[in-house]
Design a protein around this ligand. Structure first.
Ligand code: UT7
Length: 349
């Protein structure tokens, strides 16, 4: 079986910078609280009515394609990871495809939130290894600021998330022990509601009880979005931050250890770790646990906040541009988030 590699990488972040001070003007929060608890100083917001999750994905994809030395016509499959798609359906993958003039090839959307990029990379890796595709475009993109609760009620979530996109081209390689060495994917749906965007949805209160949503009596009335859900403004993501934090600091090291063990390596072999940018405190905890030095861990949450499916490819792309990812380096990617889902990938660059 062939091995696959990342042949090109790129990222795009919108121009608009939103600082913690900007947010403190619209909700009860402070620069100090946000910095202390998360490490975030500012984040980017996409230009409303003009940019979308797919348009940002296109910008990142153009760079990845150029750096891979191919053209749009060479791409033979698209995998698009996002939790903030332009439309509920069809997915962002086909919208990107339309904008990039790639009609005809398959386009798959991945819905695994913060782990979305790792899941997408793993799928691309399998397709390339089996010889099915030769130039898979993998995109992670998010337009969080389009649907956050900017009142004080939503502050625990809204201050964390930012917008942006990252993309890679996954290709086969004949060079032994180079490229994607292994990927490891996990999930535990027991915790599905700990970090979730529940309404609108088809659940009809089946898991959480019907009373709170005010469903209409008729069998032919829509239950996706009721007047009560709308009046209660129960249409935003919600998160039990501490529960997510606790599990994240457990699962990050666990899934990294799994990847190292699979390849008969240890944390001392890692040249650079690119963790999902969930919280600087989580990344620092993982760094300490693995015994890595500051320059071995990529942290850019300070500038961009948590960009969910885009965070790993943006961080990897920035690190690569800065010369921090070199030929032969052992690169470890890891993520944890809503689902709960988590995963890792080890790459010999
Ligand atoms: O990508 C994966 C997804 N997310 C994560 O990995 C997030 C993991 N969790 C976290 O990063 C942290 O739990 C948060 C940063 C979200 C929150 O930090 P925390 O230390 O767990 O705070 P908390 O939720 O326990 O809230 C502490 C206090 C509360 O006030 P009271 O009840 O003590 O009076 C909150 O209401 O902080 C309050 N609070 C805020 N205050 C100012 C919550 N959000 C804010 C805010 N500004 N933005």
């Amino acid at each position: 079986m062939k091995q696959s590699k990342i042949a090109g990488i790129g990222h795009y972040v919108p121009k608009k910078i939103v600082t913690n001070h900007d947010l403190a003007e619209v909700m009860d929060t402070s620069d100090e609280w946000i910095r202390e608890r998360t490490g975030i100083i500012e984040r980017r917001y996409a230009e409303r009515h003009k940019e979308t999750t797919s348009t940002m994905g296109v910008e990142a994809a153009k760079i990845a394609i150029e750096r891979a030395g191919i053209t749009n016509k060479d791409v033979d499959f698209i995998i698009f990871a996002t939790l903030s798609p332009d439309y509920y359906f069809p997915g962002a993958g086909v919208l990107l495809q339309r904008q990039m003039d790639m009609a005809g090839i398959g386009a798959l959307d991945i819905r695994n939130q913060c782990s979305g990029f790792i899941y997408a990379l793993s799928v691309a890796d399998q397709f390339v290894k089996t010889g099915m595709y030769k130039n898979v475009l993998v995109v992670g993109s998010e337009f969080h600021s389009s649907g956050l609760d900017f009142s004080t009620k939503g502050r625990n979530i809204s201050v964390i998330f930012g917008d942006g996109a990252g993309a890679v081209i996954v290709q086969p390689t004949d060079v032994k022990n180079k490229g994607i060495l292994s990927t490891h994917l996990h999930a535990d749906g027991e915790y599905a509601e700990k970090l979730a965007f529940i309404n609108p949805g088809s659940h009809g209160g089946a898991f959480l009880g019907t009373e709170q949503y005010g469903y209409p009596e008729g069998d032919f009335d829509s239950i996706w979005l009721t007047d009560k859900i709308w009046a209660d403004k129960d249409i935003y993501p919600n998160m039990e931050g501490q529960a997510v934090f606790k599990m994240a600091v457990q699962k990050f090291p666990e899934v990294i250890a799994e990847a190292l063990s699979k390849n008969k390596l240890t944390s001392a072999d890692i040249d650079i770790l690119v963790p999902h940018q969930a919280n600087l405190r989580i990344s620092q905890f993982v760094q300490k646990k693995l015994g890595l030095k500051d320059d071995q861990v990529v942290n850019n949450i300070q500038k961009y906040g948590n960009t969910t499916a885009a965070s790993v490819p943006i961080a990897l792309s920035e690190a690569w541009e800065a010369g921090r990812v070199k030929d032969g380096d052992l690169v470890c990617l890891a993520a944890f988030g809503s689902g709960f889902t988590w995963g890792s990938a080890l790459i010999r660059w």
